[in-house]
Design a protein around this ligand. Structure first.
Ligand SMILES: [Fe+2]
Ligand SMILES: [Fe+2]
Ligand SMILES: [Zn+2]
Length: 172
């Protein structure tokens, strides 16, 4: 029988026979997915100046990476690459929306990042972008004042590491 599950990182719900191993929306790992009635999802966080600055910077990173991936999905010269970059673009857009909720913004601004036609160039840029994101999120988690901000940054480190492995596999 189908059940309703909910991701504690992005707050989105999933209907299925069993909990998904990763959130289909933000990519959070299974430890963050609960039966909907038991999930604790909080976007109403009192932000210190440091947490706010890191949340704003993270929003910028996610907007920029979402725009890059959507560009790459349209322009890369490899059929599987198009599918990969579209999937990653949707996930990064979901990450931007997490920070939008934390920062209580009305909308998410659109990024204008460009990309390449050569698939290998897009994979390399993906690798660089994910590496930078992981390093920043790891530091932001370590210095977070609020436990919810730390939880989100720690989950994002795991998710972006999954993305890093996708480009690493293809660049071998
Ligand atoms: Fe992301
Ligand atoms: Fe990513
Ligand atoms: Zn999620």
């Amino acid at each position: 029988m189908a059940k309703l599950y909910r991701c504690e990182i992005c707050g989105d719900a999933y209907v299925g026979f069993s909990p998904p191993p990763n959130c289909p929306f933000c990519g959070a790992h299974d430890e963050h997915i609960k039966e909907a009635g038991k999930a604790e999802v909080n976007f109403d966080v009192e932000l210190t100046a440091k947490d706010r600055a890191n949340a704003e910077r993270a929003l910028g990173v996610e907007i920029s990476n979402a725009a890059f991936y959507m560009c790459a999905a349209a322009q890369t010269d490899d059929p599987e690459g198009k599918i990969l970059f579209k999937a990653l673009g949707k996930i990064e857009a979901e990450h931007a929306s997490i920070w939008k909720k934390i920062l209580k913004l009305e909308t998410v601004p659109t990024g204008g990042d460009s990309c390449h036609t050569q698939n290998v160039a897009n994979l390399k840029e993906s690798h660089d972008r994910e590496t930078r994101a992981i390093n920043f999120y790891r530091n932001a988690a370590a210095e977070a004042d609020h436990p919810r901000i730390r939880q989100i940054f720690e989950a994002l480190v795991d998710i972006e590491t999954d993305h890093l492995h996708l480009s690493e596999e293809r660049l071998k």
